[in-house]
Design a protein around this ligand. Structure first.
Ligand SMILES: Cc1ncc(COP(=O)(O)O)c(C=O)c1O
Length: 413
């Protein structure tokens, strides 16, 4: 028998092994710690894993995807379609560009946006469509991509930048912050949209502490080399040369033609990422096993709706295991989280829907327009799913969860 009273189960602690620590030490001792050879190697490794023509890394998903919107020329007067149920960053980058985040409700079963919901929100001002693979579950990329390429959309698209002229349609940029390692028709998520943005934040399946990457799968009318050179340069103040290139003898001079940002990834971060990527298939398998254990334990529990993790063509990255406790209100869910916390079990909620945040309320958003996101928020609870959990931990979590939900559902005299 294990002593359950001593268990402390974190929500998403990172998995940093000795190999990872040694990789970081090697870079620290190498004489070059910012963007350099280790970053290049990480980008190459990511291209191989994702089967992508080009991957570039940045300081976060947020900086990477904001750069992508700016590259496309998204600005004042433009709309970008996003889900109402997402993290603040998805909307923030649209606002940073001076454009309008247009929110779309989620599907109650899949908890991501569907083609139909996007179609209903589309207008000629829509310059980009940015769905979110919530919890690692991929949206229907094929349907969205085909729609954005269709004649009616192309005919009504009003290009206002040179890149937009070349596209002749809105940008399909995926918020794949959660879905690194998800698959569609046996292909990793990463090449189905024009640009796929991943997050390597500390709680993500694959982490570089902070960091993000863009995987490019652009129309052939665009020059990939030229485009990605622009992204690389704009992540370093718009300089024509990186810090490493400037140190190489005889080539110190550089030019700046555009006011860029400072959002590069360092070699230290890349060393963490490379080490994580080497072990990623095993990590993903363990996540899958945990999800299977939760599913087996909870699939016949009447108050519980499980997340969709696999269908005929798609498989999740198992980033989150978010259940819905049918007909719960958010206060009951919060009480449940507090009780689980007392048992040493950390849980989370993904997410507070954007219209409930002051920023968006003050922009005139209201939850009544997003009933599915509201119901999902009230009922939603994300259970721990990470590599520090053993099977007994999962059994313990399920046991305490069922006990507390039973208590909270029973009317007391
Ligand atoms: C759905 C979603 N999009 C974007 C982000 C932002 O990622 P980053 O922290 O790497 O900027 C997050 C971060 O948690 C997220 O959950």
């Amino acid at each position: 028998m294990f002593d359950s009273s001593k268990r402390q189960i974190g929500f998403a602690p990172p998995s940093i092994d000795n190999e990872c620590i040694a990789a970081v030490e090697r870079v620290l001792r190498s004489g070059w710690i910012t963007s350099g050879p280790e970053l290049k190697a990480f980008e190459n490794d990511l291209e191989t894993y994702l089967k992508s023509p080009r991957v570039l890394c940045f300081s976060s998903w947020t900086t990477a995807c904001e750069l992508a919107l700016r590259w496309f020329g998204v600005g004042p007067g433009d709309d970008v379609l996003i889900p109402a149920m997402t993290y603040a960053a998805t909307a923030n980058i649209v606002l940073h560009c001076g454009a309008r985040p247009v929110m779309v409700d989620i599907d109650p079963i899949e908890r991501v946006v569907t083609l139909e919901k996007l179609q209903a929100a589309w207008t000629p001002q829509t310059k980009a469509v940015m769905p979110v693979d919530l919890g690692g579950w991929p949206v229907d990329y094929k349907a969205i991509g085909n729609w954005l390429n269709s004649a009616p959309i192309r005919e009504r698209f009003q290009a206002t930048s040179a890149v937009q002229e070349t596209f002749g349609r809105p940008l399909f940029i995926s918020d794949a912050a959660h879905s690194f390692g998800a698959h569609i028709e046996n292909m990793p998520v990463g090449t189905q949209a024009d640009i796929t943005g991943f997050s390597f934040h500390a709680v993500k399946n694959l982490t570089t502490a902070e960091g993000g990457a863009l995987s490019f799968s652009l129309p052939s009318s665009l020059d990939l080399e030229q485009t990605t050179a622009w992204f690389r340069s704009m992540s370093l103040h718009g300089q024509s040369k990186s810090a490493l290139e400037k140190t190489q003898s005889g080539t110190w001079q550089y030019d700046v033609v555009e006011a860029g940002y400072k959002c590069n990834m360092t070699d230290i971060q890349a060393a963490i990422g490379r080490s994580q990527l080497r072990n990623y298939p095993d990590h993903l398998n363990r996540r899958k096993e945990i999800a299977a254990q939760y599913t087996k334990a909870l699939e016949t529990v009447p108050w519980c709706t499980l997340p969709v993790l696999k269908d005929a063509t798609r498989e999740s990255a198992y980033h989150l295991f978010s259940i819905r406790i049918n007909r719960f209100q958010s206060a009951q869910r919060d009480a449940l989280m507090a009780r689980l916390k007392e048992d040493g079990i950390a849980t989370n909620v993904h997410f507070i829907p954007l219209p409930l945040l002051s920023l968006h309320r003050n922009r005139g958003e209201h939850m009544r327009h997003y009933p599915e996101s509201e119901a999902c928020f009230n009922e939603q609870l994300s259970l721990p799913i990470h590599l520090h959990l053993d099977d007994e931990d999962v059994t313990w979590i399920v046991e305490r969860l069922c006990y507390h939900v039973g208590e909270l559902m029973t009317p007391h005299a």
